[in-house]
Ligand binder design. Structure first.
Ligand code: 28F
Length: 641
């Protein structure tokens, strides 16, 4: 940039962007794949804010061949007139921190961007950024390079009849550990935004794969719920409620939207948002939702004598088998969060807002849909009874255990000899023969073995009671020792690692999925805490022939080929079809010894998406199951020791 003088103003700007480049984690959380995608959310949120303000109903996100991103909207166009500082507004917005007016009151009533740090941070972390504004019949463009330092003067490109803003940026590879964008990640977030804002058309183009998808939902979050229950069996059409709540003693209003649907199975799913940003840890709006739901169903049950006047239905029993989306919009003056992550809404009046809006409308809905309401109440009563029965069964089991010693936790479990929760491991092994070898080969000080008989119960269709009745599930719950469902308590878990060890065939994959489903449904904190693993047995045993035979193991086809190609002597290759073909020594050496084994740690990446797909896993279509596993459960190789 030719002889640009640095006055104190531009130095302040530089310091701002320079600080972002030095401490990116402070602004976008991390510089890994998550931080990389955060840049997209920042820019898209600005387009969404413009659409929410009533300007523009279409946003196009393009992943370019070089993994740069282009976002286009048809809003009013970023202002590019003269700013009182003597620079044009566009330059200020993209080079000064928080200049996007989000913090200085900018006519945007509620903004998702409030979570954001503004487009200037994206600029600071990009090797280049180009901003084009279509407004007042003219097209203006600015180009920034090198983290927003080098700024080309604003250019007038010509005339136009359209209005809007286009931003292209390329994340700086010297800052991010990865600069490859994930289509699925961007798709999930874009689809979510389209669900949350009725009739907002979101288009995603991937120039690398020539893939393009459009998301627009005229029924907003009702279609979101329908999407999440698409593979389940709904018992009624999605119910939708909306309203505005005037916050007492203020001029503020809170907009409330709720969509909910009951399904045949017993899982509860609530996904909530504030200003179109997901609140993964819930908060006051969800609290208001739950209290309104419990109140409305109890009023109905008492009104129609479905329960005695003195009895009360528990919220958890009513919500067993319910999927709901709660979306509130709150002005920035009232917006507050609990904790640092902004994942949990704090605003107290949001509880009243949802409670009051929903109580009134849901009350009418239940009376207008009496049969459905009765069906849900009856199901809640059954759920309460089965929970009581399960509690009695557990109590009885505990009594039995006391009377009959350890016997009843199942003769199958081979427990550890030392009780150390910090290192103990529980192997869930497919089949008795492999179970036997595992018991023999293990290190009994800290490795417990629980053989699983054939197909573990398909826990998706069963409710808590029948799942608990299943021997394998009951033993697993008891052995892990941390209870399950809403009563699950990670601190009570007896194992640091719970390792699923199955054959490397379809049955094995099916059991893996059934167990993952069980843990996902009834012990999700185990997955969140990274305690669930899948053991990786060898696929091949390679015997090097010659005067002294040598045995090697290969875990993939490539590894087998490499070993065979590298060895000079003759080799005999055995393809393992199941764990049972290994003796105890081999099973220990290849799959259980922390020094030599390979464990795969399980993470579930996207809750709401997983919700809608987890039924897929119960089907017999192993290809769909494998796709789901590949797309949604990320397996990272866990380097032991
Ligand atoms: C691809 C990303 O960033 N779109 C945007 C606007 C529109 C206005 C605006 C943005 C007002 C003063 C703060 C136009 N006319 N898409 C986008 N569209 N910012 S960002 O104004 C900036 C605020 O500073 C806009 C009248 N009012 C606002």
């Amino acid at each position: 940039m030719a002889n640009k003088e640095y006055n104190d103003e531009s130095i302040t700007v530089l310091e701002g962007l320079e600080h972002v480049r030095k401490r990116p984690g402070m602004y976008i959380g991390s510089t890994d794949e998550r931080g990389l995608h955060h840049l997209v959310w920042e820019i898209v949120d600005n387009s969404i804010d413009e659409a929410l303000a009533g300007y523009g109903r279409e946003i196009i996100v393009t992943i370019n061949e070089d993994n740069s991103i282009t976002v286009e909207d048809n809003g009013r166009g970023v202002p590019c007139g003269m700013h009182q500082t003597g620079k044009n507004t566009m330059e200020i917005i993209y080079t000064k921190l928080n200049a996007g007016g989000k913090f200085g009151g900018n006519g945007y009533k509620t903004t998702g961007g409030l979570h954001g740090v503004g487009a200037s941070v994206v600029n600071a972390l990009s090797s280049y950024m180009v901003v084009t504004s279509y407004r007042d019949g003219k097209i203006h463009r600015m180009r920034f390079e090198n983290g927003g330092k080098d700024v080309s003067p604003i250019e007038l490109l010509g005339d136009t009849r359209k209005t809007g803003t286009t931003v292209t940026f390329k994340p700086d590879p010297t800052i991010f550990t990865t600069t490859v964008y994930q289509y699925e990640t961007i798709k999930t977030r874009i689809r979510e935004s389209a669900f949350l804002i009725k009739n907002l058309k979101m288009v995603l183009n991937d120039k690398r794969s020539k893939k393009q998808e459009t998301f627009v939902y005229e029924n907003g979050i009702s279609e979101y719920v329908a999407f999440m229950t698409s593979d389940k069996k709904p018992i009624h059409p999605v119910a939708y409620f909306e309203g505005t709540y005037k916050v007492p003693e203020t001029t503020e209003e809170i907009e409330v939207e709720v969509a909910l649907q009951f399904i045949e199975s017993y899982s509860e799913t609530i996904v909530s948002f504030v200003n179109n940003v997901k609140t993964g840890d819930g908060g006051s709006h969800e609290t208001g939702f739950k209290s309104a739901l419990t109140k409305a169903f109890n009023d109905f049950a008492h009104k129609y004598n479905l329960i005695k006047a003195k009895d009360q239905l528990e919220g958890t029993d009513i919500r067993a088998g319910m999927t709901a989306v709660v979306s509130v919009r709150i002005g920035e003056k009232l917006l507050e969060f609990e904790g640092q992550t902004k994942g949990k809404l704090g605003t107290p009046s949001a509880k009243q807002a949802v409670d009051i809006v929903l109580s009134e409308k849901l009350g009418y809905y239940l009376v207008e849909n009496k049969n459905l309401a009765e069906q849900i109440v009856k199901k809640a009563i059954k759920e309460a009874e089965s929970r009581a029965a399960a509690r009695k069964a557990r109590e009885q089991a505990r009594m039995d255990k006391k009377d009959k010693g350890e016997k009843n936790i199942s003769a199958k479990l081979a427990p550890t000899s030392e009780k150390n929760k910090e290192i103990n491991e529980l192997y869930l092994v497919e089949g008795d023969s492999a179970g036997g070898s595992a018991k023999q080969g293990r290190d009994r000080r800290y490795q417990a073995i629980l053989p699983l008989r054939g197909k573990v119960l398909n826990t998706e269709k069963a409710n808590a009671d029948s799942a608990l009745k299943n021997e394998e599930i009951a033993t697993m719950i008891y052995t892990i020792g941390a209870d399950y469902g809403v009563n699950f308590d990670l601190k009570k878990c007896n194992y640091k690692k719970i390792i699923i060890m199955t054959d490397a065939d379809d049955d094995g994959a099916h059991i893996q999925v059934l167990l993952l489903t069980f843990f996902f449904r009834y012990m999700k904190p185990l997955i969140d805490d990274g305690r669930i693993y899948i053991a990786k047995p060898p696929l091949f045993k390679i015997t090097k022939l010659g005067k002294k035979e040598e045995i090697l193991y290969a875990y993939t086809n490539e590894e087998k080929d490499r070993i065979v190609n590298e060895t000079k002597s003759q080799t005999r290759i055995q393809r393992y079809k199941g764990l049972g073909e290994m003796n105890a020594e081999q099973l220990w050496e290849t799959t259980m010894n922390p020094e030599t084994r390979t464990l795969i740690q399980v993470h579930i990446d996207d809750l709401s998406e997983a919700e809608s797909q987890i039924e897929v896993l119960m089907g017999n279509d192993s290809n769909r199951r494998r796709d789901w596993l590949e797309n949604h459960v990320s397996f990272t190789l866990e380097e032991d020791m």
